[in-house]
Design a protein around this ligand. Sequence first.
Ligand code: PFF
Length: 458
Amino acid sequence: MAARGGFSSRLGFVLAAAGSAVGLGNIWKFPYETGENGGAAFLLIYILCTFLICYPIMVGEIAIGRRAQSDAYGSYKLLGGKSWGFLGLFGILCGVMILSFYNVVAGWAFGYFLEISFGDLLETPSFGDFFGTYVADVSDNLIFSLGFMLITAFIVAKGVKGGIEKASKIMMPMLFIILLVLIGYSLTLPNAMDGVKFYLLPDFSELNLETIYSAVGQAFFSLSLGLGGLITYGSYVEKNQNITQSATMITFMDIAVAFLAGLLIFPLVFSQGQEPAQGPGLVFIVLPGIFQAMGPILGKVIGGGFFLLLCFAALTSTISLLEIPVAYIVDQKKVARKWAVWGMALLVFLIGLPSMLSQGAVAAFSSLPFYGGKSTLDFVAEVFSDIGLPLGGFLMSIFIAHRWKLAALTDEIAQGNESYRGSFMNKYINFVISYIAPVALGLFFLVILAEKIFGFSF
Ligand code: PFF
């Protein structure tokens, strides 16, 4: 284990895994999905999905990694035989592809932070036009996303303890502090309570099948499940740690940040009489208008603070996404970590170029004829994240129930938590992995495939 590195303590692991979970998914995606899907009703379903399906899958992933002490590919291969190794490779591929577009969006957040805090972004007359021009601008995008990838690689190159764990221990508390300060401010604004009501009083009339599967996809993405990221982090966890307790803490932190991000954003939106259902532009178009209305100084402080928060959240996630293929190369190909990190970062950056150029810069990437005229970024996000992650979770539950076996899972979890054996939690996790997860995710997978690939609408 020493050669591979490892987390120094439970806190280190929990903060790093929570850092992976908390990201653009919580602060950028969750509020706009909630805004589009009936506010509190979406929040409730999201929380339900998290506990009914995702929590046991998270425990399963961590247990697989800790048992095998290897990367995603190596772990499946070791516990299931060579043919199961493909599931690890599929997860690694999803991780690389998700990082390739995630880093582009993180680059936008980085650029917004710098240009609000130190530039004149808030003097823009139209934030919609500004955002459109910004994401289509090749040089800005190149600089900021390359910058973000370099920072990510720099931290990952420093290793599990000295890089990933240390960065998470600094950034996660800062993230909570910035979030709480911003919420404190946003709740004092006029009409803030209308935003709180929209957010906390459920309107079930907006609920439909789409809401439900958006919530499942969001929960997987938000908790970083289905692609072996937690197998990788789990492989750095000591045998005497209590996995179920750590997973509970990670899950709560993830839900807390998504919940708090909504509590920050909806009062801001309602205080300016804006609509909550604004789609992906909510954070980049609507919020800057609100920061502008605060006046030049306060706008820079609160607006800059918000985008810094987004950068911290994104960075702890890009770190974990880069670690997935890096661990594979280090463990399987015996390449030194430093080379694996820089080589992989460069490769992922290059893979992300079409996504980066798909927001208006290059027409051929902006509208893919074989994918309904959608952009390359949408294509990569939908195939490798919206479909890929639940598919990975589905196959993982089958792997545990039918190949590795529930008894082996129980043995692994019981190390570090003897009272687990035979407990309610034990039965609950076994039941979800054997029945609920395969059935619900199998259905989810069919619905989403029918919609995205074959164009059905439910
Ligand atoms: N959980 C991250 C977010 O919510 O932004 C995204 C993510 C990170 C997904 C790492 C998958 C992963 F392995």
